[in-house]
Design a protein around this ligand. Sequence first.
Ligand code: GDP
Length: 450
Amino acid sequence: MDCIANISTPYGTGAISIVRMSGQDCLKIALNFFLSKNEKGEFLTNKNIIPRYMYLGELKGEHFREQCLMVYFKGPKSFTGEDMVEFQIHGGEFLTEEVLNECLKHGARLSENGEFSKRAFLNGKFSLDQAEGIIDIIEATSRAEIKAGFELLNGELFKKIEIMQNSLTEILAKLEVTIDYPEYDDEKTELNEAKEVVQQVENNIFELLKNSEHGQVIKSGINVAIVGKPNVGKSSLLNAVLGSERAIVTDVAGTTRDTIKETILYNGVKINFIDTAGLRESGDKVEKIGIERTKETIKQSDIVVFLIDASEELNEEDFSIYKKIQELNPIVVLNKKDIKKIKKIPIIPNIEISSKTKEGISELIEEIYRRTIVEKIDSSTMILTNKRHIEALKEAKKQAEKTIKILDEASVDIAVFEIKKIWSLLGKITGVSENEKIIDEIFSRFCLGK
Ligand code: GDP
């Protein structure tokens, strides 16, 4: 393919910038303005250059000179699978652009978003889901996301899809034989076997989807709604958790009118604490809006922390809030344990804390993690975080279920037709059977020079 070029490092000033090219004649283009000598003291040419060897040399641009490093990768042993050249230069914005300009001036074309990666995909370097793993790793803001992205890049999903597709291919071949040579084969036996295979595929998809509803937790973090009547210490808890005074703390009831969200990282997972406005019945217009927001926050949260105050007897307001959230199985937290303790607590707390002294805070975080991650997510199976993969798997599962139902009565022709559909739906994930539109859509999410 034609030679493309771009800057592969972030825009701005840094220690090093990388400009790379991929495609036909990229080495020829580079040697027009990069001068270096090999170990024998001979000038570097396309004949004597050693691939994957780093050469120190001089870049001779129209308006500049620069000492830099260059590596030549001979296809297919390169990221894109094509011939590639990579310049490592001093990381100035202007200089980097000048180097790119030299590449363009000598025949390269400016690459589009993700075009390097798209070429790698088209050359079979990785599958679509693996490419998406790269995007996930780049965009990750927590260890859990990097892990999920790496699993994709490492081909964990690809391998599972491939196994399912292979078993379908095998049975399709057998069924096709019965169509071509009906006199030799027993249709019924093959159809029974097909049913078993499709059932197995359906089970495998079920296993993969098992964790999918928790994928979002890995991506956007665990959402924790902190709920309780005014003055129980919701803002203080948020501050204690963060270790910094970022929410407004005051003695006047009803000051936390809006929701405030703050995020911490725990065991590599993001936990978003959302301080709510409370659920107190109110005539105040602004407070009413806050109450609506609280209800919305609770609806969207993965877990609710219900705060009660150890320094005073529980009252109607506590009970009325508790009634509203009871069925969500909240973590009941008794705050202000540093002050005197009330004698009778009708709502039994799970944890006792003091937002003031920070006593019990780490136990609370651990409990949140235990209830949302440890108890809900099966860590022995892969966690799918990509909506496109989940949707495609759901479609494939539906098609598998439909196929199982009709296989008892179906003709071999129909069986082949329906099983091929499952195969294609699975292929959507890896790109083995996908059309260009989806492929373009995925690679356009990459940045330039990637
Ligand atoms: P909110 O209305 O539920 O957000 O409550 P605040 O966080 O604004 O706290 C109300 C009052 O209780 C403030 O004066 C806090 O300093 C105080 N407070 C909060 N948590 C504790 C605690 O654990 N111990 C003590 N002694 N005071 C606390």
